[in-house]
Design a protein around this ligand. Structure first.
Ligand SMILES: Nc1ncnc2c1ncn2[C@@H]1O[C@H](COP(=O)(O)OP(=O)(O)OP(=O)(O)O)[C@@H](O)[C@H]1O
Ligand SMILES: [Mg+2]
Length: 378
């Protein structure tokens, strides 16, 4: 008779941030016996539905001590957490992504420098404080830290004068990256994961449609993408994760321009453009991230069928109307509706591309949303 093996102790994962990404991470942990303990300063954390929440600031020593005492590993669901808190935790237990990688991800100038060092192509850029005049095709100023969903950005006319650049920078109120406006054909992203021993798992490239700087829809896999661009995107994200020694999920946002790829930005965490994987892929990005940071084998990133994800922004449709659409899945984040705020998402998976298109069109009609066309200018 084989001797009984001791049951492994339940794992507790600490998460800095208790938004919808934390909520979906915690939900993915339940079937695996992984519990999540969330540190979140704001009241009514969406993650509270699926995890225990420590309601405290990110630099609260007592709360950090509790995380260190109770967790096996700590991760993040937002980049904008103090690196010092992560470094304090990293002296005591594994922290994935590492404080160094989070520091790169939360500082656009550092990120651009790192991409340049790795030879990963981006739009022409400069430190906005050193720019003598705007780029010929127009300039986007992006605050170096703190921006998201297109906030903390300013657009300038083609070849704006030095005085105009300086005034816009002053209005933004912090150091910023200046980027040339790219006339892209479409936006893409690639989500991938790396384990502590360097195992990699990569999802298919998806197409992302934005309006007003906010992601509206992701289509997976990106329709009509050439195999060479898919391979190129995989190479970029794999190089990036290897180079950074990243552990966990990482997303790389890309522009497709004239048959080539430019990197826009990276996120060392689960990503909005990967939400479709919950129903559309064999392993969701959330389970994948937990597997990676807990040192478990990575899961199959294959698709179950062509999928699309639509963000619910600002206001919600009647849940029953959404659920009446065949093959639609509704994810509500438990957040107060507010203009421009992501409060949920809807995923459809089709048996084939035609059904995916049909189902997405029905969801758009139910939600009262027009199709978003790829566009490089707002
Ligand atoms: N250089 C550029 N040229 C053209 N469009 C751009 C450029 N940079 C950004 N954009 C547009 O603005 C959107 C938001 O920019 P970016 O991803 O840098 O900001 P963000 O606030 O971090 O967004 P998020 O957090 O939602 O990813 C992009 O998805 C793209 O639509
Ligand atoms: Mg972005």
């Amino acid at each position: 008779m084989t001797p009984l093996r001791p049951v492994p102790a339940p794992v507790t994962v600490g998460i800095l941030g208790g938004g919808q990404l934390g909520r979906m991470l915690a939900l993915a942990g339940v079937p695996l016996g992984i519990r999540c303990l969330v540190l979140e300063p704001a009241a009514h954390a969406p993650a509270g539905a699926a995890a225990e929440v420590l309601p405290a600031p990110y630099d609260d020593r007592g709360a950090l001590e509790e995380l260190a005492r109770r967790c096996s590993v700590v991760t993040i669901e937002v980049e904008h957490v103090p690196v010092e808190s992560l470094a304090w935790l990293a002296d005591r237990l594994p922290v994935h992504p590492s404080p160094e990688v989070v520091a790169v991800g939360q500082d656009r100038l550092a990120e651009k420098r790192r991409l340049a060092r790795l030879g990963i192509p981006t739009a022409p850029w400069a430190d906005a404080g050193e720019l003598e005049h705007g780029f010929p095709a127009g300039t986007i100023l992006k605050l170096s830290t703190g921006g998201f969903d297109g906030r903390g950005q300013a657009r300038l006319e083609p070849s704006a004068s030095g005085a105009e650049v300086a005034a816009a920078l002053e209005a933004l109120g912090g150091s910023a990256v200046a980027e040339e406006v790219v006339a892209f054909d479409r936006e893409l992203s690639i989500v991938a994961a790396r384990s502590p021993v360097g195992e990699m798992a990569v999802y298919p490239v998806v197409e992302n449609r934005h309006a007003d700087g906010i992601l509206r829809e992701s289509i997976a896999p990106a329709p009509g993408l050439s195999p060479s661009l898919q391979d190129e995107a995989v190479r970029l994200v794999v190089d990036l994760m290897d180079e950074l020694g990243h552990v966990g999920v990482m997303a790389l946002e890309l522009f497709e321009v004239d048959g080539a790829l430019l990197a826009n930005e990276l996120a060392p965490r689960v990503h909005n453009s990967g939400h479709w994987t919950i129903e559309g892929a064999v392993t969701s990005q959330f389970e994948q991230h937990l597997r990676a940071i807990c040192g478990l084998p990575l899961g199959d990133t294959g698709i179950r069928g062509p999928a699309a994800m639509m963000n619910v922004i600002g206001t919600e449709a009647e849940p029953g109307d959404v659920l009446a659409v065949p093959g639609a899945h509704l994810h509500r984040y438990g957040k107060e509706p507010r203009p421009h705020r992501k409060i949920g998402h809807i995923t459809v998976v089709g048996a084939d591309e035609r059904q995916r298109v049909e189902r997405l069109a029905t969801v758009r009609a139910v939600v009262g949303r027009a199709e978003v066309r790829p566009a490089s200018s707002p």
